[in-house]
Design a protein around this ligand. Sequence first.
Ligand code: BDR
Ligand code: CA
Length: 322
Amino acid sequence: MKRKVIIDCDPGIDDSLALMLALKSEELDVLGITVCSGNVPAKIGAKNAIKVLDICDRKDIPVYIGEEVPLVRELITAQDTHGDDGVGDNNYPDIEGVEPKNGGVEFIVNTLKNEKDVSIIALAPLTNIAKALKLDKDAFANIDEFVTMGGNFKSNGNCSPVAEFNYWVDPHAADYVYKNMPVKIHMIGLDVTRKIVLTPNILEFMSRLGNEKMYNFIKEITRFYIDFHWKQEGIIGCVINDPLAIAYFMDRSICSGKEYFVEIEEEGKAIGMTIVDEFDFYKKEKNALVLTEVDAEKTMKMFMNKIFINNEELIEAMGGNL
Ligand code: BDR
Ligand code: CA
């Protein structure tokens, strides 16, 4: 049985890779893609989601524009990391004949109300999700699972020493979601996503897997990201955060962790920080499963197996080189 999901995202280079993984996975029934502002303004992100649908031959899936600004903070995008166009400044043309719809928040609420067993995988600031919870919390009584790429526990931040981008962009939304989501939140934070590095070696390997269209798109959009990582972090390759949330949703053996009470700092020097009550100071109900261990090789193999189908043996043989 396919699992029904809404993917909430801000494409974004790694969001685009995550969408590709989801769209190419027969285990998932992607009911819709909702976009909020984050890496780029929501309207640009929604156009990028349509580019990925086009690459994956899935233009039947609806894309909705959601919230264009965070709940309280002013919007700060990550166009330095993802390019002005959000997908590496390659002048990749908009797809003609397909337009994003408005009403991302309403789509989330209505889908949860009208369909059973829907999960949400959020790869962006949590503005759309917080707004949907505020609009109709009862609709969330039906949610199956909620996975968020965001936050950091033992690992340092990527926007400040303590804050990760998605929660830092809209800390009020993130905190609201942690305090109001009726199911336990699966937190795929930087502790695990930092281990998912797309290296030139892996890219070179992908070029031999027999799907030129997919390979070219991945190579083109990650070029900018690889340059950014070299300048910023001195590494060759790029950390691809968002696909891990999709991979984990499909295979629980990919990450492991522990349950804690989690909240997000909304003000001051530590704005956006994920506060994980490791020693149970607050004696509050545990609201999140914080993932801290990851099988990076398994993740990368899954990514390639889904996107470059029919090459399982080759991908298995690549093994230790990943
Ligand atoms: C997160 O921030 C964004 O730049 C990425 O798309 C990812 O969702 C990582 O901190
Ligand atoms: Ca993202």
